[in-house]
Design a protein around this ligand. Structure first.
Ligand code: BTN
Length: 261
C-alpha cells in the first residue's frame, strides 16, 4: 500500500493545535517547500502556516547540499515568528519533535546527531534545515524545514547516501505519512509554546544526542576539528575537547564519528 497524496484538510481536521498546521498549503510536486515558505512569510502568512509536498524536485539540505525527497518521503516547512531569544531553541525543538513523533507513531527509538539529524540505528532518517531573516535583532520570520524518509525503499535510490534509512526500511512495513505529520505538528506546537518556561527543550535535546562522548571530526566552514564531543551549550553549540586539552566551541558543522582502531 502506498498512501495516497496528502491534502490540507486531512492534516488540519481535528488537529487540536492552536496555530501550527491550521493553514496548510499542499503541492503534489514543487522545487522546495523552503522557497514557497519564504515567499509566504514575506507576504505575512499566519504563524504556523505549513507548506507540504509529496515530492521536491530541488530539495535543499544544510551546508548548501541537495536533499532528495521523492514520493514516499515527507517534506514540509513551517513558518514561525518567534522572539529572537528563542532562535537557538528551534534547532533543538524540531529534532526533538521528530524523535517523539516517530516513537509515538511507529514505536521506533531514534537519536539526534548534533546539531539536528535524526538517526535510527546510526542511520539518518530525517534532516532539518532552519532558515531565518533577522533584522536588527528582530525576527522577520523563521522557517523550519523537515525532511523524513518515511516510505522509501532505499535500495531503489542509490543516489541517497548509504548512511541513510527510512521508517519503512526499519519496520519492514509502510507507515502513515499523515499520522507522522499530524503528530509532528502537535509536538512542535507543544514544545514551542513551552519555550517561555525555559530549560526543558535544551535538556531533552541534549539527552538524545548520540554525539556526546564520541571521538569526532567536525567540519565547520573550511576548518576541520578533531576531538571528543564533550557537551553542548544552551545555545546549541558543540564543545569539543581537543587533543591538547583545549575546549573549542563550534556553532555549526558536520560531525563524523571516528572509530577507535
Ligand atoms: C539536511 O540534513 O541537510 C537538512 C535537510 C532538510 C530537508 C527539508 S525537506 C523540507 C524542506 N525543504 C527543503 O528543500 N529542505 C527541507
Amino acid at each position: 500500500m502506498v498512501e495516497s497524496s496528502l491534502s490540507p484538510a486531512s492534516i488540519t481536521d481535528s488537529l487540536g493545535t492552536r496555530f501550527i498546521g491550521q493553514r496548510v498549503i499542499y503541492y503534489p510536486s514543487l522545487t522546495s517547500t523552503m522557497e514557497v515558505a519564504r515567499r509566504e512569510a514575506q507576504r505575512g502568512a499566519a504563524e504556523g502556516t505549513v507548506i507540504v509536498a509529496d515530492e521536491q524536485r530541488g530539495g535543499r539540505g544544510r551546508m548548501t547540499r541537495i536533499w532528495l525527497s521523492p514520493r514516499g518521503s515527507l517534506a514540509l516547512s513551517i513558518i514561525l515568528y518567534p522572539d529572537v531569544d528563542y532562535l537557538p531553541s528551534l534547532i533543538m525543538l524540531a529534532s526533538l519533535a521528530v524523535v517523539r513523533s516517530i516513537e509515538t507513531v511507529t514505536g521506533l527509538k531514534s537519536q539526534i546527531k548534533w546539531p539536528n539529524d535524526v538517526l535510527i540505528n546510526g542511520k539518518k532518517v530525517c534532516g532539518i534545515l532552519i532558515e531565518s531573516d533577522v533584522q536588527r535583532n528582530i525576527v522577520e520570520y523563521v522557517i523550519i524545514g523537515i525532511g523524513v524518509n518515511i516510505n522509501l525503499r532505499l535500495t531503489d535510490f542509490p543516489e541517497i547516501p548509504p548512511m541513510a534509512t527510512s521508517l519503512s526500511d526499519e519496520l519492514g512495513r509502510e507507515v502513515s505519512r499523515l499520522d507522522i505529520i499530524r503528530r509532528l505538528l502537535v509536538e512542535i506546537e507543544g514544545l514551542y509554546l513551552a519555550l517561555p518556561a525555559g530549560g526543558a527543550v535544551y535538556e531533552q535535546w541534549r539527552d538524545k544526542l548520540v554525539t556526546l562522548g564520541q571521538r569526532v571530526q567536525v567540519k565547520s566552514g573550511k576548518t576541520t576539528y578533531e576531538g571528543v564531543a564533550e557537551s553542548v551549550t544552551t545555545e546549541g553549540s558543540l564543545l569539543l575537547r581537543r587533543h591538547d586539552g583545549s575546549l573549542t566551541r563550534i556553532v555549526a558543522g558536520d560531525v563524523v564519528t571516528l572509530r577507535d582502531k
